[in-house]
Design a protein around this ligand. Structure first.
Ligand code: PGA
Length: 258
């Protein structure tokens, strides 16, 4: 059985060294509050420029680190990019891939996502593959088509054994940063849909599936409804991960659930 997982995506925050140092201090304090790691793992994904500092300053068995983005090539003339192998060399264990903001603002395609997934696995980094529909796609009834296509393309040519080890984050785009969340039933339906695609289209066996988590406006009040009740394996948290106490409270809900 996989452990549940709580991942904080800090996006383009904290915004200065001063803010960063305050955040590091607060996170350390919150980690101290966690008495026992029971049901869950915790991951924080800071901006790449702060990764090394976070890794050096927060040495805790309770926390892993992830990157928000990295490039599949190992070296060369790719101005502005950090490679997945550089990230791995730092000691980073997770990589967010295909976040809807990267797809929307930076033109990341399913093909790119697939290359990143493959490269991350090669570097022994766990990819967190984000999929999800827009409000319009949901209203037009295209959710099944959208998520199926994303999963099949993003995980193309990845072996079943490797798919089982990665993380799939269901992030309805309309729920990201909006304070609006799907109902427990909505999340449950997509959970079933993702499992069905993994089994029917990608050939996984029903008892060997990866962790499927939920992301989009998660807070410590709604985490039961969007994660625990629909049987998800964890959460991907944006806004609330910028507040270490709130993030720890989300973690507590999942860590203490049995
Ligand atoms: P949010 O972001 O929690 O601020 O909605 C989630 C995400 O983008 O991963």
């Amino acid at each position: 059985m996989h452990k549940k997982i709580v991942i904080g995506n800090l996006k383009m925050n904290p915004c200065s060294r001063q803010e960063r140092d305050r955040y590091v201090k607060e996170i350390k304090k919150e980690l101290f509050e966690i008495k026992k790691m029971r049901e869950a793992e915790m991951v924080i994904c800071p901006p790449a420029i702060y990764l090394e500092k976070f890794l050096r300053e927060i040495k805790s068995k309770k926390l892993f680190f992830g990157a928000q983005n990295a490039f599949w090539e190992k070296r060369g003339a790719y101005t502005g990019e950090n490679s997945i192998s550089m990230i791995a060399d730092l000691g980073v264990k997770f990589l967010i891939v295909g976040h809807s903001e990267r797809r929307a603002y930076f033109g990341e395609t399913d093909e790119d996502v697939n290359k990143k997934v493959v490269a991350a696995i090669e570097e022994k980094i766990t990819p967190i593959v984000c999929v999800g529909e827009t409000r319009e796609e949901r209203e037009r009834g295209e959710i099944k088509d959208k998520i199926t296509k994303q999963l099949v393309r993003d995980l193309q040519a990845v072996s079943k054994v490797k798919i089982k080890e990665l993380i799939i984050a269901y992030e309805p785009i309309w729920a990201i940063g909006t304070g609006v969340t799907p109902t427990t039933e909505d999340v449950m339906e997509v959970n079933i849909l993702i499992k069905k695609v993994l089994i029917d289209k990608l050939g996984l066996s029903p008892n060997r599936l990866p962790r499927i988590i939920y992301g989009g406006s998660v807070n410590f009040k709604n985490v039961k409804d969007v994660c625990l009740a629909p049987g998800m394996d964890g959460v991907l948290v944006g806004g609330e991960s910028l507040h270490p106490t709130n993030f720890r409270k989300i973690f507590d809900e999942i860590n203490m659930s049995t």
